[in-house]
Design a protein around this ligand. Structure first.
Ligand code: AMP
Ligand code: MN
Ligand code: MN
Length: 328
């Protein structure tokens, strides 16, 4: 399968590279590294993401090459979908992409639906950027400092700065190699983690204030509403990382951050839920029960519900998940 992917990329002239909407550092890093590398092979490349690039990633060299539009899907020989557990994760253009000629699915989510014509899915990979590093090497392409910094950023952010359980030997080996190829780790850290807008700190304050802990102390839930986002003038990207405060609390095994995506004025609203766990609790299993997915220790889903029902259900499902249920 890997050989076929490499072969397909070699023979393609036009390539659309896409990653998931509301991108994180891996979705952007993997997309950018792939796009820039394929361009060195003189291919016509379109780097696509549905959402705006979060402010903290706008320093990445050549990041402006990522666009929010694509040509007619038939014009691309190959469509590379990166860091998406399911094709729907690319956003509103998923049904259009589905009609593409050859779809390659490169990802590291355990819950990957194996969509597309060719797949390279490695749940052991610390980031999709790790797999992209291997693709670039298999294609025998040169890694310049822009590609190196994109790969480094993908790995740094998806491993939570080398702290999450996804941190493997490859994370360190590849990042060391990327530093050799021109990445400045201090500069990346300063951009990604060094400065927060005042708005973001105010949002964090509201999130901390919303914190609830289950009676046995093992589940923590924070909730952010659209009103809170409006009040603090924040956007979706500002929520990134806040859940870690809920996860870090002593004795907490599962942390949830619920955020209202769209209020429709009624009691039932659209929510995105982020789940994180420490150790042995598999939150991808919990997310899957709501139609979402992710990794063992980091997963998510979107749902229409009332806030009270949603909290209740998260606690109920978490309590019966292996790793937690034995503790009761
Ligand atoms: P988040 O909490 O949104 O940062 O997502 C945590 C992990 O779960 C990421 O690896 C996402 O790719 C995955 N994830 C989030 N939302 C969904 C969803 N609706 N469906 C499938 N996977 C998701
Ligand atoms: Mn991602
Ligand atoms: Mn990823």
């Amino acid at each position: 399968m890997i050989a076929r992917i490499i072969d397909q990329l070699k023979k393609s002239r036009t390539v659309l590279v896409a990653s998931h909407a509301n991108p994180d550092g891996d979705a952007i890093g993997a997309l950018l590294a792939t796009g820039l590398a394929l361009k060195t092979m003189q291919k016509a490349v379109c780097m696509y993401n549905e959402s705006a690039i979060p402010a903290v990633y706008r320093f990445l060299p050549s990041v402006h090459q990522i666009g929010h539009k694509m040509d007619a899907i038939g014009t691309y020989d190959t469509i590379l979908v990166l860091d998406c557990g399911s094709l729907e994760r690319v956003g509103s253009k998923a049904s259009r992409i589905k009609k593409g000629r050859t779809i390659i699915n490169i990802d590291h989510h355990v819950t990957n639906t194996k969509f597309g014509d060719l797949q390279w899915i490695d749940p052991q990979a610390c980031a999709t950027a790790e797999i992209i590093y291997r693709v670039i090497n298999l294609l025998d392409l040169k890694i310049d400092s822009a590609i190196a910094t994109a790969i480094y950023t993908g790995i740094l952010t998806d491993t939570g700065s080398f702290r999450f359980s996804s941190t493997n030997q490859q994370a360190f080996a590849i990042c060391a190699d990327m530093v050799e190829h021109g990445t400045n780790p201090y500069e990346v850290a300063q951009h990604v983690y060094g400065h927060y807008s005042l708005s973001r700190i105010k949002l964090l304050n509201l999130a901390l204030d919303s914190l609830e802990i289950s009676p046995n102390g093992r589940i923590s839930i924070m909730a952010l509403t659209q009103d809170m986002m409006d009040m603090t003038r924040t956007q979706e990207e500002d929520i990134d990382g806040i859940i870690n405060y809920a996860r870090r609390i002593e004795d907490v095994k599962v942390a949830a951050l619920i955020h209202e995506v769209a209020g429709n004025g009624r009691a039932r609203r659209q929510y995105h839920v982020s789940l994180r766990s420490d150790g042995d609790v598999n939150v991808a299993l919990i997310a899957a029960q709501f139609g979402g997915g992710g990794h063992v220790n980091a997963a998510g889903f979107s749902v229409e519900a009332t806030l009270a029902d949603l909290k209740h259900k998260i606690v109920e499902l978490s309590e019966t998940t292996p790793g937690l249920c034995e503790m009761n």
